[in-house]
Design a protein around this ligand. Structure first.
Ligand SMILES: [Fe+2]
Ligand SMILES: [Fe+2]
Length: 483
């Protein structure tokens, strides 16, 4: 094939993808008889006719590259926006591609439009692919085959749906919270040596689930409800720490130790009187001293727990270190010259992030999650390990799940998923609609990384970000619920 012929065949396939994506967008916005929709269907059908040489026509994503009938299409300045849009479009629908069979040439305009609309709406469903398959069956559309996303290697048994994984993470969260609460309660009651076998089991389960899918765990700190700080903080710190640990490839055993240490890092706070712990006014010197002793007290209490000397040894020091800071300028003010341990560095990052974004009643200004990350990034190399901070931002995304934002379309939106692909910088958000006084309902899920294929500009821009508590919004109601 000459270069010119090759170029022509590629541009024909690009045209097909362009017509496919444009129709998906116009079908969403306009009614079925609108000229743009009718024109879009015609162009789509024309490009199918010109591209389909045999029994079928397939476009497929593999390693972030687009293929049409096994021909890799060039990713360049001209095709970049279109390809990025298609990859994201498929990504949110759990698809790697679509195969159209010859009989599509006989499909009516109504059928093609029905397919496009089902495909589009499936992106807002908790189980997009299953929902789409049912929809196509109900419409009796048989000329299309959906190619399921194979992003993670899964065999039939280990595969768990997104909804199942969320449910499991939710259970892990509840069990972890209950178990740390139980340990604290038993210590308070002074009932002899307190065992942590149950807590270890809970953390082991968390590690197993986290290894399968860490996205849901990094997002789970949004489960926190406003009036419940003490133990949810411990669970959040544990989950976020373990996410960092997983990203830097810690072994399962080390992840369990890290999780245990993070879950119990603030145990020493049980010795601080509630009036001091929750005091809204400025603390006096003796109160401050009490607070600053809690990390040392956590280690001291840990010594008394019934656990193997080996695991105690691994978690005592990081507990003591969690407020010391990377440059050792934090507290307790000890003559401690050793650099922080890896666990200490990890937990101090997770701890600070959760503290900055938690909406404790006495905090006056609430930082939005993205600004909390910015605040911490500014202190990299001083308060936090610079490499681990980068790892953490990579996990959370530039706009972490639970960030509330105002868009240039005047819409209010909540981040429901941070980008999973490297080139994507913008999140998936759920547009919220006001429903009576102070309450909001989900409207639609949109991808902020979506660009206009003609101009290359973003379809929507972010104007401002907020902490959801400033609007009385509990992210969990919109993110972890299926309705
Ligand atoms: Fe602490
Ligand atoms: Fe803490």
């Amino acid at each position: 094939m000459t270069d010119v012929a090759k170029y022509r065949s590629y541009s024909k396939f690009e045209e097909f993808l362009h017509n496919f994506y444009s129709l998906s967008q116009t079908a969403r916005i306009y009614s079925k008889n609108h000229t743009l929709v009718l024109e879009g269907i015609e162009k789509f059908s024309e490009s199918i006719n010109s591209c389909m040489e045999n029994e079928s026509l397939t476009f497929k994503i593999s390693n972030d590259q687009l293929y049409v009938d096994d021909k890799k299409l060039p990713y360049n300045r001209t095709t970049k926006n279109l390809f990025d849009n298609i990859i994201r479009y498929c990504d949110t629908r759990d698809l790697d591609g679509v195969r159209l069979f010859k009989s599509v040439k006989l499909a009516s305009a109504e059928e093609i439009l029905a397919f496009m609309r089902l495909l589009d709406i499936s992106g807002q469903q908790p189980e997009p692919l299953a929902w789409l398959k049912d929809g196509l069956a109900a419409e009796n559309i048989q000329w299309v085959e959906l190619i399921k996303k194979t992003e993670r290697p899964q065999d039939e048994e280990s595969f768990k749906s997104k909804a199942e994984r969320r449910e499991r993470a939710r259970k892990d969260y509840t069990y972890a919270k209950a178990s740390v609460e139980e340990v604290a309660q038993k210590i308070k009651e002074g009932k002899g040596e307190v065992g942590v076998r149950k807590t270890v089991r809970v953390v082991q389960d968390m590690v197993m689930n986290l290894i399968e899918d860490d996205e849901v765990y990094s997002a789970i700190s949004t489960l926190r409800v406003f009036d419940d700080y003490t133990y949810t903080h411990s669970v959040n710190v544990a989950m976020l720490s373990m996410c960092i640990g997983r990203r830097i490839n810690l072994s399962r055993r080390n992840l369990v130790n890290l999780g245990m240490c993070a879950l119990l890092h603030d145990l020493g706070k049980i010795e601080i009187p509630k009036e001091v712990l929750h005091k809204k006014e400025k603390l006096d010197d003796s109160e401050l001293k009490l607070i600053e002793e809690h990390s040392l007290n956590s280690s001291r209490l840990m010594l008394k727990l019934k656990a193997s000397p080996d695991s105690k040894a691994r978690i005592l020091v990081p507990m003591f270190e969690h407020h010391l800071k990377y440059d050792l300028s934090g507290y307790p003010h000890a003559d401690w010259k050793k650099p922080l341990t890896l666990f200490g560095k990890i937990i101090s990052i997770a701890d600070k992030y959760d503290t900055l974004t938690s909406s404790r009643a006495y905090r006056r200004s609430l930082l939005s999650p993205d600004r909390a990350l910015g605040y911490m990034f500014d202190r990299a190399g001083k308060a936090y390990d610079p490499i681990l901070i980068k790892v953490f931002i990579n996990i959370m995304g530039v706009y972490p799940v639970g960030t509330l934002m105002k868009l240039d379309t005047d819409e209010l939106a909540l981040v429901v998923s941070s980008p999973s692909r490297n080139f994507s910088k913008r999140p998936l958000v759920c547009v919220l609609e006001k429903e009576g006084e102070g309450s909001y309902k989900k409207k639609e899920i949109i991808n902020l990384d979506e660009r206009d294929t003609e101009t290359g500009n973003y379809v929507r821009d972010i104007i401002e970000t907020y902490h959801p508590a400033n609007f009385g919004i509990q992210p969990v109601q919109h993110i972890f619920s299926s309705n």
